[in-house]
Unconditional design. Structure first.
Length: 122
């Protein structure tokens, strides 16, 4: 059997009141956090249920559209009215050039900022 030693610490009244206030404040904050966590769990469950319902409605709409497409006759559009996708090579080249220019501009700005930092630093 071990002998327990008791330690007594003297705390003045003001320190005891302040400590009690801090403990109660911490308990209150913990309860608020617990309430927020429970509320989050409830909202998350509700969100998942809404997503499931939304997904079911989307599937229902998709099947309705497929049914309508089967029922309706297909119309034939003459070739002269069909739009042909046009690929503009100049537009693509211009976009690449612009991206390169922006990249150079960013590099220039980065270098300027680094120079300013070095000037301030000494």
């Amino acid at each position: 059997m071990t002998k327990e030693s008791l330690i007594h610490v003297k705390i003045n009244y003001n320190e005891a009141v302040q400590s009690r206030k801090e403990i109660l404040s911490l308990q209150m904050n913990l309860l608020k956090i617990l309430r927020a966590v429970k509320n989050f769990g409830y909202l998350r469950t509700e969100e998942l249920n809404e997503k499931i319902n939304f997904s079911k409605k989307i599937k229902s709409i998709k099947s309705d559209i497929k049914k309508i497409q089967v029922i309706l006759p297909e119309s034939e559009i003459p070739e002269k009215y069909k739009k042909k996708p046009e690929i503009k090579h100049k537009d693509i080249k211009e976009r690449l050039i612009e991206k390169r220019e922006h990249g150079d501009d960013l590099d220039l700005q980065l270098r300027e900022i680094q120079e300013k930092l070095q000037a301030i630093g000494g």
